[in-house]
Ligand binder design. Structure first.
Ligand SMILES: [Mn+2]
Length: 445
């Protein structure tokens, strides 16, 4: 069982014979404002990682000294069965989650009083307050646990990689089906419906995030989620979407012309972004830092934009003045896992020092084998950024004003793949056409 491995991994970070317990509170059902409209349940990622439980209202304790796993399940009454279905027996819960001890949630205080821990490690202030409200004498600590679980979650186990590969496999299919089907005149939500259908058809029911299905200038809105406009002839169409497999996300972006043929500017700018993507992927390997890859991609983007007469001047100077950020105003990529923007990418306080009682120094920013990352360069024409830049002499001297203004209605291009970092480089889980010729061939049918 995978969560067993995760618990061992977490406990291995604490010194042997160290006293104390780890406490984790599972998620509860969420409702729309004051109503009984219930959102689909999705477990909090750290709790899911450590316990394997994707059901509401559970709690967990890990006794560091003995390594024992205490799971607390909610007591359900007949009304629960009426509205939500059959109630699991204790034996079934034991069978499914293999805790060393199974209790009901209202036994939490009693069990904690029995264990008498010197310290209770909690994820955050909210969970710590919950514990303190049970008994003011408990000593809680919120500095260590978040970092320790983050450290564990950064490096995926083989089982986690299998789940991520399945999410990626289905996502490859869904992206390809949309690419084949899109036509000018369709609404963004029609493309979204098709994408969602192909995920569900393959058994994936939970979106990993709010998908972006953006035609025309909407493609330059980084978190566009209205998805309600018509896609017109000549428009670019940008789709950034993915679903979860047992909690593990896929996060892929493709951009292509709705009519299936790249115009001159579309092809030119697309190739700049694709070069940045392909070059960055080649460089992915253990020891490399994301910020190095990011700056490398910025350099490629500036060179490409210069070649096409959109920016002008020395690449070095433009790098110094961050001219790339006018066209590429987001990060090159992020960790991917139980969360789409997974934990561990940007540790607070990189020069973290060792703490007594815990065996890891800090989450490392350098890539390591078993990490899963996205690479997602983009070029966008965002009037809200470029308009003021054209009025600012420090930035305007690097911009070809006529070219830039003519592209205000262009939209944006982003291309995103999902990679497993391996011992020698990376394995690309994303297999959706991305070369111009491939895309045009697929769209021609
Ligand atoms: Mn992403």
């Amino acid at each position: 069982m995978s969560s067993q491995l995760h618990r061992e991994k977490l406990l291995s970070l604490f010194e042997e014979n160290q006293e104390g317990v780890i406490y984790l509170k599972g998620a509860e059902n969420m409702y729309r404002y004051g109503t009984d409209y219930e959102f689909p349940f999705r477990q909090e990622s750290n709790f899911w990682y450590i316990t394997g439980v994707n059901e509401p209202e559970y709690h967990a304790l890990l006794d560091i000294g003995s390594g024992e796993f205490h799971l607390f399940h909610p007591k359900r009454d007949a009304q629960f069965a009426v509205w939500h279905g059959r109630i699991k027996s204790a034996a079934e819960i034991r069978e499914e989650y293999s805790p060393d001890h199974l209790h009901e949630t209202n036994d939490l205080l009693r069990v904690l009083n029995q264990l008498k821990p010197d310290v209770i490690y909690c994820l955050d202030e909210e969970q710590a307050e919950f514990i303190e409200d049970l008994n003011r004498d408990f000593s809680v600590e919120t500095e260590t646990l978040q970092d320790a679980i983050t450290y564990c979650r950064c490096i995926k186990t083989d089982h986690e990689l299998q789940l991520m590969s399945e999410a990626a496999r289905v996502n490859n299919i869904a992206h390809l089906e949309v690419m084949k089907a899109i036509k000018p005149g369709m609404f963004e939500y029609e493309a979204k419906a098709l994408f969602d259908f192909h995920q569900a058809k393959h058994g994936l029911l939970q979106p990993a995030y709010n998908g972006i299905h953006a035609g025309g200038t909407n493609s330059a809105i980084l978190h566009y989620v209205e998805n309600n406009k018509r896609i017109n002839d000549g428009d670019l169409y940008l789709i950034d979407a993915g679903y979860e497999k047992d909690g593990y996300a896929s996060d892929v972006t493709r951009t292509y012309p709705a009519n299936g043929r790249f115009s001159g500017d579309q092809a030119a700018i697309y190739q700049v972004v694709l070069d940045a993507l392909n070059k960055s992927i080649e460089l992915v390997k253990p020891g490399v830092k994301m910020e190095e890859l990011h700056l490398g991609a910025c350099r490629i983007i500036l060179s490409g934009l210069k070649e096409h007469g959109i920016v002008k001047g020395s690449i070095e100077e433009m790098m110094e003045h961050s001219i790339f950020a006018l066209f590429f105003p987001h990060g090159l990529g992020h960790f991917l896992g139980l969360d789409t923007h997974d934990v561990g990418g940007y540790p607070k306080g990189v020069e973290r020092i060792d703490r007594p009682g815990i065996k890891f120094l800090r989450v490392r920013r350098e890539l390591m084998p078993g990490m899963v990352i996205t690479i997602e360069p983009g070029v966008y024409f965002i009037p809200a950024l470029l308009g003021p830049a054209l009025e600012n002499s420090e930035q305007a001297r690097y911009l070809n004003e006529e070219r830039v203004r003519a592209l205000f209605g262009f939209g944006g291009i982003r291309i995103e793949d999902n990679l497993i970092v391996t011992e020698t480089g990376s394995e690309n889980m994303t297999d959706v056409p991305k070369e111009i010729k491939e895309i045009e061939a697929v769209m021609k049918g």
